[in-house]
Design a protein around this ligand. Structure first.
Ligand code: FAD
Length: 500
């Protein structure tokens, strides 16, 4: 290649800087220039503080050690999501722990017990009893085992999103990415429909071969310029708003996000080292903005403080195509499935990775784009189904919001089929395999959701008294003893990081 391939990234939120870093790393030995343009006036969304375990791979790929970025971003470890109040009983909670290598010893027992319980026998089915991360979460242990612990542990992070953006910006610049501050005023195309260049308010012009749209909800390049339609998910994901309010840091730092059901949505509680992030995600159709803020303040005991709340609107859905002509959209401009389960950065990262695998400098075919678009759309839809299932199964009766979610039958074929198998006492493990959807949320994750909620028929009468002790179905005491012994290899997160 004689002239360098020019990549122009529009937008400097987390998506833009993740893309800049990953592509600069992946194509370090290619003749490539990367320029990122961001507007100081528009700013970034400034939320997005929880991740899935995929983010660990992001830092490993870039050879960025945890001590380098975690301190700067006030980050903590995350091994679990705790759902409180979703079943209808405000004191009931269940866990969705991240699954580690060690769990191969107990996952099957979990699946077998779930089936047994569906058949009417009263056996243990709470997810945290079967998975190491459930124990770590309860004991607030950081997922860093002593050096002789032989199993890999999966975990994600909580972090300050603004600080993470800044960290990634400096890192990308040190790897040769050019950073431009400017407001993109117009986007120009060639006669074939490709984007040729962007023009900023100050007249600067940026030509490129590949354009990456990371302009957030405004979708300036892919949607507004190339006209790719946006398919919203409002049929089965009702939330379109959020109100955010920080509280002081917890002294004994948890290693889990808590998602607590509210009257018309849910609120997250994310422990950072210097503060706790809180946000109430709700639907404007069911609750006014001011009422949502009051409810959040009340829940946090913040009614009488003047800490300012931040209100946000969300656009939930995905673009019909994520890669069109010479433009790829990433982050909020490609789509968003609301924050439950914190999947947004996971989708950004996996989209960039897949794109880099498929992109050829010089001549990219329509077929490559089509394969990519199908794969990414499928990921969005299957992640959406998992999130939708949380709402569909709710047992709350305190508002129309929850009743309407429960009554909603506008579900995908895939989700309807899964629920049908579950309720018919069929083999859910086989159904997930048949649909080929286990790579999005694993069989065990589905069990966490369905079992955790307690979606079971009433247990049959005349249960054998010795069932739980029988050892055939679930050796509860032995498994607890095993996980408790494993837990001795981990330290409390608060001994690693001082909160406050
Ligand atoms: C309430 C809420 C909670 C969330 N929680 C999570 C979570 O827990 N975990 C998770 O993974 N994700 C979460 N997300 C999603 C997450 O915030 C985003 O995926 C992530 O921050 C990436 O955003 P972005 O970079 O796509 O967009 P933004 O942060 O909005 O960045 C857009 C960029 O585009 C630039 N820009 C826009 N227009 C122009 C223009 N004309 N000229 C120049 N520059 C321009 C802006 O300056 C900015 O730099 C949450 C989102 C919301 C709304």
């Amino acid at each position: 290649m004689t002239t360098p391939h020019r990549i122009v990234i529009a937008g400097g939120g987390t998506a833009g800087w993740m893309a800049a870093n990953l592509l600069a790393h992946r194509w370090a030995n290619q003749a490539v220039t990367i320029t990122l343009i961001e507007s100081e006036d528009i700013g970034t969304i400034g939320v997005g503080e929880g991740s899935t375990p995929t983010l660990k791979r992001f830092f490993q790929t870039l050879n960025i050690p945890e001590y380098d970025w975690m301190e700067e971003c006030q980050a903590t470890y995350k091994v679990n999501i705790k759902f409180t109040g979703w079943s209808g009983n405000n004191s009931h909670s269940y866990s969705h722990p991240f699954i580690s290598q060690l769990d191969i010893f107990s996952e099957r027992a979990f699946h077998v017990n779930a089936l047994t319980r569906r058949l009417g026998l009263d056996v243990e089915t709470q997810p945290d009893k079967f998975l190491l991360a459930g124990y770590l979460a309860k004991k607030k242990l950081a997922p860093l085992p002593s050096h002789n612990f032989p199993f890999d542990i999966e975990y994600g992070y909580h972090f300050d999103s603004l600080k993470l953006g800044r960290f990634l910006r400096e890192r990308a610049k040190s790897k040769g990415v050019s950073h431009v501050i400017g407001n993109i005023e117009s986007v120009h195309t060639t006669s074939s429909g490709d984007i040729s260049h962007l023009v900023c308010q100050d007249g600067q012009k940026f030509a490129g071969d590949l354009f990456i749209d990371c302009t957030g909800f405004s979708g300036l390049l892919l949607q507004k310029t190339l006209g790719v339609p946006f398919r919203d998910f409002s049929d089965n994901l009702f939330n379109d708003s959020a109100v955010v309010l920080p509280t002081p840091a917890c002294a004994n730092l948890p290693v889990e996000t808590e998602s607590v059901a509210m009257s018309n949505g849910w609120r997250w509680q994310i422990p950072l080292r210097n503060r706790t992030g809180n946000g109430y995600v709700y639907s404007k159709q069911y609750q006014e903005k001011d009422a949502a803020e009051c409810e959040l303040r009340r829940a946090l005991g913040m009614e009488n403080t003047n800490v300012e709340a931040k209100h946000l609107s969300m656009r939930v859905g995905q673009c019909e195509r994520h890669w069109e002509k010479n433009c790829l959209a990433l982050g909020l401009s490609q789509g968003f499935i609301e924050p439950l389960e914190a999947t947004a950065l996971h989708l950004v990262q996996t989209s960039i990775e897949l794109f880099a695998d498929n992109y050829s400098f010089g001549a990219t075919s329509a077929q490559q784009r089509q394969i990519f678009n199908q794969e990414v759309s499928e990921r969005f839809e299957r992640v959406r189904d998992y999130i939708v299932c949380h709402y569909k199964l709710n047992g709350r009766n305190d508002s129309d919001y929850w009743r309407d979610n429960r009554a909603n039958m506008k579900l995908s074929e895939s989700l309807l089929s899964l629920l049908d198998v579950w309720y018919r006492k069929g083999d859910i493990v086989e159904e997930i395999k048949r649909q080929g959807i286990g790579q999005h949320f694993s069989t065990t994750s589905w069990h966490c959701l369905l079992s955790g909620y307690g979606i079971y028929p009433p247990p049959a009468l005349n249960q054998p008294a010795s069932l739980k002790e029988s050892g055939d179905l679930f050796e509860e005491k032995k498994l607890a003893a095993f996980f408790n012994r494993c837990s001795l290899n981990f330290d409390k997160q608060s001994t690693l990081f001082r909160a406050g």
